[in-house]
Design a protein around this ligand. Structure first.
Ligand code: ADP
Length: 337
């Protein structure tokens, strides 16, 4: 007994000492950016650690691509800083680029060249020479199960395979950070699943992290952490579970031909403040399973349909902004003062 009691705490303390959080690979602090007459980013901060996939989630025009451009050394912020490991990217863009992999939204492959040729030229651009270049190409293509397709011209490959070639190219020089701009755009559901399988695989096998921009909540849901942005501002940061958990309760979604009237009545009789969204009234309530039938019984003439679900990242966005993620590009691009 004595032996066991003294042994157990020693193991525990050693385990806890062994797992300090790794220092962030990427540290973005207080980033501010403006085009002439238009403020685009205001005080954005963000971190990413080895093994993590971090999503920047926001509607069109919220500043996601601009943030990615600054991290990729393609634009300079007015204020704030970006560190990639020890490199301040504004001060040392060359060093930062050497440790960055970028997969842009629009394909950056030469589709008349073979898979192998595309990777070969990319490797040369990064200063890789034979025999290391050949080894790296083989390694990257094997990770993405593309080795057998290496002699095929890119134009002959499906969209999903082309995206895999882009990823293989993006990690060829073993970057610390992989930047992905709207990586699922143009991919069918099967190719998207495949993309996520391979992204997770490289994040497990190499000491790197990934930042991806998206306007899709289901894509952000797959990430370890999410930065929610709207109109150049960071609204929230956390794991998808934390962000949804903070919202709490259930979401009751009501449809009606007279949403304003329904909203007023719900407020008067239930003391619930709803958010109008398109043709729906969204109510965040504790114990939705009890509240929903009472609502339907109270306003049968007004309620056309009623559904109950757990909060989503879309609800987090709606709660923070008062508008939905997917149909306010016009609002978002209207600009800010
Ligand atoms: P997102 O990637 O979230 O769609 P962007 O970073 O592309 O957002 O754009 C953010 C804002 O900056 C938008 O309002 C957009 O209209 C504006 N913007 C983007 N590029 C330019 C530019 N070259 N000149 C002026 N405004 C720009």
């Amino acid at each position: 007994m004595k032996k066991q009691r003294s042994h157990t705490p020693r193991i525990r303390s050693r385990t806890s000492r062994q797992a300090p959080p790794s220092p962030p690979v990427l540290r973005v602090s207080g980033l501010t950016f403006a085009y002439p007459g238009r403020s685009v980013l205001r005080g954005i901060s963000l971190e990413a650690r080895e093994g993590e996939a971090v999503a920047i989630l926001g509607p069109n025009g919220s500043g996601k691509s601009t943030l990615l451009k600054i991290i990729a050394t393609l634009a300079l912020p007015a204020d704030g800083s970006v560190f990639l490991d020890r490199w301040d990217v504004a001060q040392h863009p060359g060093e930062a680029r050497a440790h960055l992999g970028v997969v842009f939204q629009s394909p950056a492959l030469d589709d008349k060249l073979t898979v192998l040729e595309n990777l070969h030229f990319h490797g040369l651009l990064y200063g890789l020479a034979q025999p290391l270049l050949g080894d790296r190409i083989k390694e990257s293509l094997e990770v993405f199960r593309l080795w057998d397709r290496r002699h095929e011209r890119v134009e002959k490959l499906s969209g999903g395979l082309q995206r895999r070639v882009e990823l293989a190219k993006g990690i060829l020089h073993k970057p610390r950070l992989l930047l992905l701009d709207e990586p699922s755009t143009g991919l069918d559901p099967a190719a998207r699943l495949e993309f996520w399988y391979f992204l997770r695989r490289i994040l497990r096998s190499a000491p790197m992290c990934a930042i991806l921009t998206t306007h899709l909540t289901d894509e952000a849901d797959r990430c370890d952490r999410v930065l929610i942005m709207d109109r150049g501002e960071a609204l929230a940061m956390g794991s998808p579970g934390e962000l949804k958990g903070k919202l709490g309760g259930d979401i009751v979604v009501l449809q009606s031909s007279d949403l304003q009237k329904l909203r007023r009545k719900v407020h008067r009789h239930f003391r619930l403040d709803g958010t109008l969204s398109n043709t729906e009234l969204h109510l965040r309530v504790p114990g939705g399973a009890e509240v929903l039938p009472r609502l339907v019984r109270s306003f049968p003439e007004l309620i056309e349909s009623a559904t109950l679900r757990k909060p989503s990242l879309e609800d987090v966005f709606l709660q923070r902004t008062g508008h939905r993620l997917h149909h306010e590009s016009a609002e978002a691009t209207r600009g800010d003062s």
